[in-house]
Design a protein around this ligand. Structure first.
Ligand SMILES: [Fe+2]
Length: 485
């Protein structure tokens, strides 16, 4: 699919806002590349596929564009015995098909639907998250929509996975979790109507086997969850739609620092009454690193949003809410502990000095203890990730980090990819796409996960820019197509 574009830096012009031009401009070609030039050497023991999802609008918007609006597009790097294939394809959602047939945008963006067009449906674009499950890649949407399955190699859309959902109108949020030991997928669904959240389990064959309502005190805007070997951890943070404003026909996101953050611990297939809530300092969490069980305690490591403050040091909740909605992230690594016997809650900042987000780790150990996390260094002013870094989440030690050019690099969410002979947790590689807006170069970089300070082991020189996006994942060769339902 090739389209002729007059200006690749502004294919739809400059009138729709900053997130659709220059570095954010969508790519309108679907390409496949092999035999790309490499500086260094692609490891032979790196076998599988790195997948990255993100918004990539295909048609000229109907109004101001927000990064949440764009059609989901996967970019992939498939490694096979030292050979590499790079691809990009849109997720063929039902909305994408509708607009394909119409030849134009059929949906209003989030900025319009929040101001005067509340009755208009948002586009379920599947543009937020991607995760491997049951042999396929699953693309998900942050507002809880239909999960879409894609072939992780060809990136062909295999179709919606409605079997993961139990009824018309239900959805699956981004950031479902897969327990690679059992093959189960745990997810949450949320919305503005009571009970405000649902929790579900899909088995290794893709069948919904458990779904229960989770009653929250009101509407909430949760973004992530966590699992351990026996439990799931659901999030109730004090970020929500202002009901009074809504009744008056306005849309307003509120952060209330006087309310607690609550983490709900529910047995993996527990009923609604079995959830236990633990209260912590009120804060927002976009992304969890990982969680696990230690004796009587549940441990969760996450990137916690730093509340904005007034000049006198008091909280500026209105500004925090604006930063959250504008993806202006200012986050720190944080550890949460919940004692299931005593009910005690403990929380501590692991590194107060660095704004880090978009975490990854060895996903083969999701829900089990992990020591290492790989994150991005985040520009607090925009959706720009200027470097990659590695942490010991036991101690909060920043072990190593890399950027080519901190003022000009745009890293994608890095993912850890285990080497074929993964003899310990960090035996493997960290993979990320990197655009340099000064040199105008696009690379795929491959690092030794044991030491990012060494810089990339391999730089693959790519012929086209990859716009900034959201989440990524790694599927090892033995996970691909293994048991696709
Ligand atoms: Fe996210």
């Amino acid at each position: 699919m090739n389209q002729q574009v007059k200006d690749p830096d502004a294919p739809f012009g400059h009138e729709y806002g900053p997130y659709i031009t220059d570095v954010f401009a969508p790519v309108l070609d679907e390409e496949t590349h092999t035999d790309l030039p490499v500086t260094g050497e692609i490891p032979q023991d790196l076998n599988g596929v790195y997948l990255r999802n993100g918004p990539n609008p295909r048609h000229e918007p109907k109004g101001d564009y927000h990064p949440f609006d764009g059609d989901g597009m996967l970019h992939s790097a498939h490694f096979d015995q030292g050979r590499l294939v790079i691809r990009n394809r849109w997720v063929r959602t039902e909305a994408w098909q509708r607009e394909h047939e119409a030849g134009r945008s059929e949906y209003w963006g989030i900025r319009q639907t929040l101001k005067g067009r509340e009755d208009q449906p948002l586009k379920d674009s599947a543009n937020t998250d991607v995760i491997g499950h049951a042999g396929v890649a699953i693309a998900n949407w942050y507002l809880a929509g239909v999960p879409y399955a894609l072939d992780p190699i060809s990136l062909e859309t295999l179709g919606p996975r409605r079997g993961y959902l139990d009824a018309m109108g239900s959805g699956m949020s981004a950031h479902c979790k897969v327990d690679e030991a059992t093959g189960e997928l745990m997810y949450f669904d949320y919305g503005d109507q009571f009970p405000y959240m649902w929790y579900g389990v899909v088995d290794s064959a893709g069948n919904l086997v458990h779904r229960v309502p989770i009653e929250l005190p009101g509407n909430r805007l949760p973004h992530d969850m966590a699992i351990t070997e026996h439990y799931s951890i659901l999030h109730d943070h004090p970020v929500f739609h202002d009901e009074g404003a809504r009744a008056a026909g306005r849309h307003k996101v509120v952060f209330n620092s006087e309310m607690p953050s609550r983490l709900g611990v529910i047995p993996r297939r527990g009923d609604a009454a079995s959830i236990r809530w633990f209260e912590f300092t009120g804060a927002f969490i976009y992304h969890v690193v990982n969680a696990w069980e230690e004796d009587d305690e549940i441990v969760m490591v996450a990137c916690r949003y730093m509340p904005a403050r007034q000049s006198d040091g008091s909280f500026d909740d209105a500004r925090t809410a604006k930063m959250i909605t504008r993806l202006m992230m200012d986050a720190r690594l944080w550890q949460y502990r919940m004692n299931l016997t005593t009910g005690e809650c403990r929380e501590k900042c692991l590194d107060p000095d660095h704004n880090v987000e978009f975490p990854s780790y060895d996903a083969g150990k999701t829900g089990r203890y992990t020591q290492f996390a790989y994150l991005v260094d985040h520009d607090p002013n925009t959706l720009r990730w200027w470097g990659v870094c590695k942490y010991d989440t036991d101690t909060g030690t920043r072990l190593s980090a890399w950027t080519d050019d901190a003022a000009h690099c745009w890293y994608s969410e890095p993912w850890f990819a285990p080497a074929d002979d993964q003899y310990d947790e960090d035996r493997g590689y960290v993979i990320a796409f990197v655009w340099n807006d000064r040199a105008k170069t696009q690379e795929l970089q491959i690092f030794d996960a044991k030491d990012l300070n060494k810089g990339p082991l391999a730089r693959v020189h790519m012929p086209h820019r990859i716009p900034p996006g959201f989440h990524a994942c790694w599927m090892s060769a033995d996970q691909i197509g293994s048991s696709a339902p």
